[in-house]
Design a protein around this ligand. Structure first.
Ligand code: FE2
Length: 284
């Protein structure tokens, strides 16, 4: 294993993820411990990507009635179905720009995510990195006064909040407004090793019981502290790379690239369950 950042993240070598089941206890152990895993040269197709994801739990389906939908990988790309590259003003770019805010995926869903498994298919000649920080380490290193103030808080999350930062139109899309607001405790405790992480995202718009302005200020302060440049691991993708990250213990963001070039990644999220500490993060 090779460290990706002094605080978190490892590259795991010598494993073919098409045979991930054979190595899963070790992979899961590394996931709990290091929060971010990199596997190179994997070239997973949809089937093997989903099979790998199922080892972690149930694959997330972002639909109002998930039972009516087939599980699929999500393609994150500026290449449209008609073959052309999306115009910078297009709706895909609104989503991409929102992805460039520090966030944790799926905090706006009724059941949030445990992990994301993202793989690169087509990479531009420069840029297009995905950046990560450990919200476990950030929580540990916060000044004691701020920790005390934050420990028992409940953050309010709304998908439209992060979209609104980018565009009013994006915030009003049905796929955004269909999710009712969610509330999560500020700290997610990992039930395997007892570590605590700040559970925060660009979707957080306020703090329960705090006035709006004060809540926003605190959220911004916490995100700023957690994402200080020295905490960032920036991943420059190569085709075939697979990154697995712990949504409970990290934040991430995309970065820009020359938009006249294609960038295509495929992603799945795994829904968190009781054994991942989900019960603890629900407000009482
Ligand atoms: Fe994301």
């Amino acid at each position: 294993m090779r460290a990706l950042h002094k605080d978190f993240g490892v590259e795991i070598q010598g494993i073919d993820l098409h045979e991930a089941a054979l190595h899963f206890p070790q992979i899961r152990e590394a996931f709990e411990e290091h929060s971010l895993l990199l596997f190179r040269n994997q070239h997973l197709n949809e089937e093997s990507h989903l099979a790998f994801g199922r080892l972690f739990g149930t694959i997330e389906i972002r639909e109002r009635h998930p039972e009516n939908h087939e599980v699929r990988v999500s393609i994150v790309s500026n290449r449209r179905e008609d073959g052309y590259l999306e115009d910078e003003e297009g709706s895909r770019f609104m989503h991409q720009r929102a992805n460039q805010l520090w966030h944790t995926d799926s905090t706006f869903l009724p059941t949030p995510a445990l992990a994301n498994i993202l793989t690169a298919r087509v990479i531009p000649s420069s840029g297009g990195a995905t950046e990560f920080v450990s919200s476990r380490v950030a929580w540990r290193e916060l000044p004691e006064k701020v920790r005390e103030k934050t420990r028992n808080l409940i953050f309010l999350h709304r998908y439209a909040h992060s979209r609104k930062v980018v565009s009013e139109a994006a915030a009003n899309l049905d796929i955004v407004t269909m999710w009712p607001d969610t509330k999560w405790k500020a700290i997610w405790r990992n039930p395997v090793n007892g570590t605590e992480s700040l559970y925060l995202a660009s979707h957080a718009y306020g703090v329960a019981g705090m006035n709006e302005q004060e809540g926003k200020l605190l959220i911004n302060e916490l995100i700023e502290f957690s994402t200080d440049p020295h905490r960032i691991y920036s991943h420059q993708w190569l085709p075939g790379d697979v990154l697995v990250w712990d949504e409970r213990a990290t934040m991430h963001r995309g970065t820009s690239w020359p938009y006249d070039e294609e960038r295509t990644l495929a992603s799945i999220c795994i829904t968190a369950s009781k054994s991942d500490g989900l019960d603890h993060v629900f407000p009482n």
